[in-house]
Write a protein that binds this ligand. Structure first.
Ligand SMILES: [Zn+2]
Length: 74
């Protein structure tokens, strides 16, 4: 299991998401951003919704990178 924060994925807060796969953490992060109603998160949510396939794959790569660099929870 690894824990990754909203901020590590480009978000504006320090909410932490824990999961055993990048996908599960990514889904939690996306749900958190989509469910938030403050302007900072809504800006990120808007960016997520309007991402081009190219931006999307860049973002996925960035996330994989963060995932790799994050140590497993002990
Ligand atoms: Zn957040």
């Amino acid at each position: 299991m690894k824990t990754i924060t909203c901020r590590q994925t480009g978000g504006p807060c320090d909410m932490a998401f824990t999961g055993s796969t990048p996908k599960s953490v990514m889904d939690q992060g996306a749900q958190h951003v989509m469910a938030s109603t403050d302007p900072d998160h809504m800006k990120v949510a808007e960016q997520m919704k309007t991402m081009s396939p190219e931006d999307n794959s860049k973002w996925n790569q960035m996330f994989e990178d963060v995932w790799e660099k994050t140590a497993d929870n002990v």
